[in-house]
Design a protein around this ligand. Structure first.
Ligand SMILES: [Zn+2]
Length: 318
């Protein structure tokens, strides 16, 4: 198992620590649910997960990479801010290097997932690639000319917060109106269904308790031909297409891979999305950006974090 590295995906409710071999296969995994967002408690949980993981192997590990939500100073691994954890300027990289006595690289979780899909998933073989993860929010990342783009402050790829309906959209978690994420994440699909509820007074699609509402039943209802579900899905696709077409105009990628829960709809989503995107693609040649479903699922972040550790950074070409 040459060239194995540890890849950690830190989420708001779970930490997943993995050993990833040089081919991008996860060969061991350990995890813990996160119940307390206190920085020291989270560092302790990450440390315990990595200890448990490394006790399973005698292989030499090339390094440790961790993807965290938030804006990260990749040079030091300091999390400048993370709304998910309520952190400001916490020295995550430094504390983990002390705790694990090993080189530790920290990057944004969505950028790590992009690197994972690009190096070992559906983006392999492309040079211009974008990942969009349609979950609670929209995570993303851009690879241009073979390089993952981080920008001057690590903020490049925050695709979820470009506004696509600034005057008639939903309020985003970031405070702006009509962000791509507010409209076209899994949560966005729920918002569309809720907004359309008065038009379907007998529909039971959004009658679950608010905390139990998920995007999956709405997507499934649309697939089954339910009128309320289809109306929400149509609006959802219109908004998803706006953002995707904007990305095509910004970076003209060969491929945009869609991950996250909503992308489980597969061809049902892609067949509706493609013609809408075509229609909105104007100054870039149409029909050249492949729209596909991402292949690594929830493992993309951990695999990309391991790649980051192996490369010695997020942008370093492998
Ligand atoms: Zn926003």
């Amino acid at each position: 198992m040459a060239n194995a590295a540890v890849g950690i995906d830190l989420g708001g409710s779970h930490v997943l620590a993995t050993i990833v071999d040089g081919d991008g296969n996860i060969v061991a995994r350990e995890g813990q649910d996160i119940v307390d967002h206190d920085f020291e408690v989270v560092v302790k949980q990450i440390g315990e997960s990595v200890d448990a993981l490394l006790s399973q192997t005698k292989e030499k590990i090339a390094g440790i990479g961790l993807g965290s939500p938030g804006n990260i100073d990749v040079a030091t691994g300091t999390v400048r801010y993370s709304p998910n954890f309520g952190w400001h300027d916490v020295p995550l990289g430094e504390r983990l290097r002390e705790r694990l006595k090993s080189p530790v690289f920290v990057g944004n979780d969505a950028r790590c997932a992009t690197l994972g899909e690009y190096t070992h998933g559906t983006g392999r073989g492309t040079a211009n690639f974008v990942l969009l993860t349609l979950g609670t929010g929209i995570g993303g990342g851009i690879v241009a000319e073979g390089m993952l783009i981080l920008g001057s402050q690590g903020g490049a790829g925050e695709i979820g917060h470009h506004q696509i309906r600034a005057t008639d959209g939903f309020i985003c978690g970031c405070g702006k109106v009509g962000c791509f994420e507010a409209q076209a994440s899994g949560t966005g699909l729920i918002r569309h269904a809720l907004a359309l509820a008065p038009s379907f007074p007998r529909s039971t699609l959004v009658s679950a308790k608010p905390e139990k509402l998920g995007s999956k039943p709405i997507r499934k209802a649309a697939e089954a031909g339910d009128q309320h579900g289809l109306a929400a899905w149509t609006r959802y696709l219109d908004d998803l297409a706006r953002g995707v077409a904007n990305i095509i105009a910004f970076v003209n990628p060969e491929m945009i891979a869609l991950g996250g829960g909503v992308a489980s709809a597969g061809d049902f989503m892609l067949s509706g999305l493609r013609p809408r995107v075509e229609e909105l693609t104007t100054m870039v040649p149409r029909g050249h950006t492949k729209l596909v479903v991402a292949s690594l699922g929830n493992d993309a972040g951990a695999i990309g974090a391991a790649t980051m550790a192996r490369r010695g950074g997020l942008t370093t070409a492998g």
